[in-house]
Write a protein that binds this ligand. Structure first.
Ligand code: ADP
Length: 388
């Protein structure tokens, strides 16, 4: 019976087997593949001497022998086989006997090679450890990122505060320069000759430009800190655009530009902050004027989407255009295209950043198309007041 069992096991797997008698003394060893390593001298030895895994388990072994407890299973025991290679074995300790007269006259320790499984398990443990390490270093990196982010926020806030204080401080003396230049120009403090008036004109333009820049800087800090709030009303955008175009017309005439306006009939009313919407339209118009050489044309067109949910304003010009490589940056903070610098047009690159932000605050969209040397079309949309 024993030999049948052993032969069957041996035929299919790398197994070994050690038997002990009731006094737990080794009485036979079957290990045809060398799984247990050197076994010379095991016969006659106490079982726990040759199988150190069983040291301290003597009461359990006796309980197994007497059939009081179930067989003992120990998995993944690391050993060296006969060839000196590390193997992992599973050991099952069961009671039995050869003549079936009594349960538990012998104790069998059956070994099975489970090296492949052991190695996979070891790799799994290794991978788990690696994963744990990676998770820890990721958590560290996230913490670093959060710290840098907080620092960045602090610096951005400091920059905003600095820019805002500086812009505020500049506005008062600039306003004084501008108003005194006006008084001088009006002859309040005495008549000026033509050359003096011309110089005064340059001073006034410069002061106005600086005032505009400080206003833009203040807007920028408000946008960045989320403090810019719109006061929305239901308004006729067509009327607003038409009045801005008429106001700006003299400037276009001075620049020898043809300015035209087309407004689709029966447009829905729009949801607008009048001051900010005016700022958007004026910015687009003054850019078209600035970046279109004399003799060109600027067209302003207002229409709406087919479902009447949004109003669409397009300002097209026949100006210098924007190179494709510069286009992705347009509308970002302080960016100016090569083409703008080439024609020495004055500017600091804040206008479109503010325009785009104001459009988005209105719930609208901003985009443009441009061909270098041929012109640009800037589009903005506004929500219709009764649009769903
Ligand atoms: P600024 O005009 O003060 O430089 P803006 O923010 O208004 O700043 O515009 C950013 C840049 O976008 C400009 O410097 C210019 O390069 C480009 N740009 C804006 N409008 C036009 C336009 N109509 N045609 C060509 N380039 C334009």
């Amino acid at each position: 019976m024993e030999s049948v069992v052993v032969e069957t096991l041996l035929a299919n797997r790398r197994v070994a087997w050690v038997a002990a008698d009731e006094s737990l003394t080794v009485i036979s060893i079957v290990d045809s593949t060398g799984l247990l390593g050197p076994t010379g001298g095991w016969l006659g030895e106490p079982l726990p001497h040759v199988l150190p895994e069983l040291v301290g388990s003597e009461p359990d072994l006796e309980a197994i022998l007497s059939g009081r407890v179930d067989p003992l299973h120990i998995e993944f025991i690391e050993r060296e086989d006969q060839a000196g290679l590390t193997v992992y074995v599973r050991m099952v300790v069961v009671a039995g006997n050869s003549d079936a007269a009594r349960v538990g006259s012998k104790l069998y320790c059956i070994f099975e090679d489970m090296t492949d499984l052991g190695i996979s398990r070891q790799r799994l443990t290794q991978s788990r450890n690696d994963l744990l390490l990676a998770q820890r270093s990721l958590a560290g990196a996230v913490l670093d990122l959060q710290t840098s982010n907080a620092e960045l926020h602090r610096l951005t806030d400091m920059k905003s505060v600095f820019v805002s204080v500086a812009a505020h401080e500049l506005r008062t003396p600039l306003a004084v320069i501008s108003s005194y230049a006006d008084l001088l120009a009006q002859g309040v403090v005495g008549e000026l000759n033509n050359r003096q008036l011309q110089s005064l004109g340059i001073i006034r333009d410069g002061a106005e430009r600086l005032l505009q820049i400080t206003a833009n800087l203040l807007d920028m800090t408000r946008i960045e800190s989320g403090r810019l709030e719109l006061v929305l009303h239901v308004l006729d955008l067509g009327e607003l655009v038409a009045s801005i175009v008429e106001e700006q017309r003299p400037l276009f005439e001075q620049a020898n530009l043809d300015l035209s306006l087309s407004i689709e009939p029966a447009l829905p009313l729009a949801l607008l902050d009048e001051l900010r919407a005016t700022q958007i339209v004026v910015n687009l118009l003054s850019n078209a004027r600035k970046y279109t050489p004399g003799g060109g044309t600027v067209q302003v067109a207002l229409g709406c989407s087919a479902d009447l949910s949004e109003l669409r304003l397009a300002v097209s010009d026949t100006g210098v255009g924007i190179a494709p490589e510069d286009q992705p940056e347009i509308g970002t903070w302080l960016f100016r295209a090569k083409s703008a610098k080439e024609i020495s047009a004055k500017g600091v690159g804040l206008g479109l950043y503010i325009t785009r932000s104001l459009v988005e605050l209105h719930g609208g969209r901003f985009w443009f198309e441009s061909t270098p040397g041929a012109g640009s079309v800037f589009h903005v949309t506004f929500l219709a007041a009764d649009g769903s």
